[in-house]
Design a protein around this ligand. Sequence first.
Ligand code: GLU
Length: 286
Amino acid sequence: MPVFRFAPSPNGYLHLGHALSALLNADMAKAAGGRLLLRIEDIDPARCRPEFEAAIYEDLAWLGIEWEQPVRRQSEHFDEYRKALDRLEADGLVYPAFESRAEIARLIAAREAETGTPWPKDPDGAPLYPGNAKSLSADKRTRRRAAEPFALRLDMQAALVRIGRPLVWTETGGGESREAEAKPERWGDVILGRKEMPASYHLAVVLDDALQGVTHVVRGKDLYESTAVHRLLQELLGLPAPVYHHHRLVLDAEGKKLAKRDPATTLRDLRAAGWTPTDVRHTVGL
Ligand code: GLU
């Protein structure tokens, strides 16, 4: 049976963009005779709040969406993420990197000055990791690890060698089903966890989709490029690949992607202003 999921992060109120995603998931699950899961992606304690989680349930129920219980909350599953990270590290695919943000910025500035060319960025516009922590001796690594904060990074080169063939996924966004080419190398040595948090968005999403038997990932186009990292992690961890459907984004009047900090379009504000769920459906083009 097809399994769909809507996976919001409780770091703000849901807006029209989330409504499109949630409604599309619900509509597609229904059309396919499938199930709809709700997952709360709350691994970041600095940004996630219980009141936003409560609002997610309220807003989705108001939209008329029904989801299965129990709801999976990522913050309750750090042990599972840690196990996967440990496994990748034991496989020689993950290494600790100790540079602070400021050090990374300095390294990049130095490289740019040296070469006269801009340092490459990932598809989200963040600079690729410029450091050489992966060549630290085992001894130094162990010592620094005990004393300093660190990020656990995927050794992209080693991971690509391990897989040894081009990766693809089935993409149904935009109508026809097609094979999309995954280019995880564009992300460089992505962070998969930190000293104080043994998970990252990429790692948790991939593990949870597999654990929950998700067969169809329906989410916004802003996550299209991330799918390359997700496919790579699935291969490295021996997990199945769902079908992906990246849908159009709901844009604001200036043509920019809606943000959670943009109060005018939160579902609760629209509801307070007298909108009905049908108004929401029409506005997001469903
Ligand atoms: N939690 C992510 C977000 O709110 C979505 C994850 C996904 O659908 O893969 O942007």
